[in-house]
Design a protein around this ligand. Structure first.
Ligand SMILES: Cc1cc2nc3c(=O)[nH]c(=O)nc-3n(C[C@H](O)[C@H](O)[C@H](O)COP(=O)(O)OP(=O)(O)OC[C@H]3O[C@@H](n4cnc5c(N)ncnc54)[C@H](O)[C@@H]3O)c2cc1C
Length: 303
């Protein structure tokens, strides 16, 4: 692969353990950091011409990558930095690049006295990853105050898509695997700065109480089943503390698998399968993953 003319950075044979919050996974063939949107378009064109499969990675907090070689280019737009606000009638529009972390965006909004995103505080991902997953917490989702996104879609250049032309569901969106959320604009309301900070403090305290922050994880492994959180089934099945290799169902939160230090992706996958089987056998309930499993057999079949 010839990278001449690419202005961003390209790394070869990169360990995915370093780039995912679960801290497992093999080596990706390339990891690419475009310098800007033009560079990104150029990179995507080049990869497509060479028939190299690619996908986008934010903070890697919702993906579990398989052990072994990931024969792909992983593109991260975390070096494209944009965060600005402007007043539009009674609301404020905040436009941000997709590689910025949600926490940075939310802290900026709090400083400016702009409300709408604060209940997502401490979700450890980026804006782009958050929009793709329609991340949410405390009855709020990132799409609630989204106005539009600017995405790069394969070879079609930068497209502005209004929220009404996208679809969002529970931890899912219509953003495709080869589409990159480069920018997003949110419509926010003025609110007292102290009130926003109070809400953020509440959210972070609750998270610390509920989540096993002391170990690497990918957050919730399974989606809720209707209104029932997945942890209820896992805990009722007596699976808390169950271990396979270095992967363990957290004692603190039944829907978290934690890496005790030396877990392999295969341990985590085996634990996921075990939980699904037990919960199905006991309650007739099919748990569905909220996390994405990259490079595993099922995914290869669906590509
Ligand atoms: C401790 C912990 C707590 C968590 N709590 C919550 C929670 O309360 N609520 C919740 O919803 N989630 C939670 N998560 C999961 C995760 O943080 C969210 O899903 C988050 O939105 C993922 O963002 P990311 O940048 O890490 O995305 P990644 O994990 O890097 O990627 C996720 C998906 O988004 C795609 N993607 C990434 N960037 C882009 C982009 N710029 N354009 C297009 N697609 C892109 C990837 O290809 C992949 O398909 C938690 C995770 C952890 C580890």
């Amino acid at each position: 692969m010839d990278w001449t003319g690419i202005r961003g950075e390209v790394f070869h044979n990169v360990s995915m353990r370093r780039y995912t919050s679960m801290k497992v996974g093999g080596h990706a063939r390339f990891m690419v950091y475009p310098a800007d949107e033009e560079d990104l378009a150029h990179i995507v064109r080049r990869l497509e011409t060479h028939g190299i499969s690619y996908r986008f990675l934010g903070n890697g907090t919702n993906v579990i990558v398989n052990d072994g070689l990931i024969d792909e280019a992983i593109i991260r737009i975390t070096k494209i930095n944009m965060l600005r606000k402007k007043k539009v009638n009674d609301t404020w529009a905040v436009k941000v690049s997709g590689g910025i972390t949600l926490n940075r965006l939310i802290k900026y909004c709090a400083e400016m006295g702009l409300s709408g995103l604060e209940r997502l505080y401490w979700i450890p991902g980026t804006v782009g990853g958050g929009i793709k997953m329609n991340c949410g917490s405390f009855s709020s989702t990132i799409s609630d105050c989204l106005e539009y996104v600017e995405i790069l879609r394969n070879n079609h250049g930068l497209l502005r898509i209004e929220k009404k032309d996208l679809s969002f569901g529970y931890r899912q969106s219509s953003i495709g695997r080869t589409e990159c959320v480069l920018f997003a604009q949110f419509a926010l309301q003025r609110k007292d700065r102290e009130e926003i900070l109070k809400e953020m403090e509440y959210v972070s305290m609750e998270r610390k109480k509920r989540h096993p922050m002391e170990y690497p994880s990918s957050g919730s492994i399974f989606k809720s089943v209707g209104n029932e959180p997945a942890w209820k089934f896992i805990e009722k099945a007596g699976l808390k503390g169950l271990r396979i290799g270095g992967a363990c169902i957290s004692e603190k939160h039944g829907n978290f698998i934690v890496n005790l230090g030396d877990a392999k992706a295969k341990d985590i996958k085996a634990l996921i399968e075990k939980v699904k089987k037990e919960v199905f056998e006991l309650f007739g309930v099919n748990l569905v993953e909220e996390v994405e499993l990259w490079g595993f057999e099922e995914e290869r079949k669906n590509l």
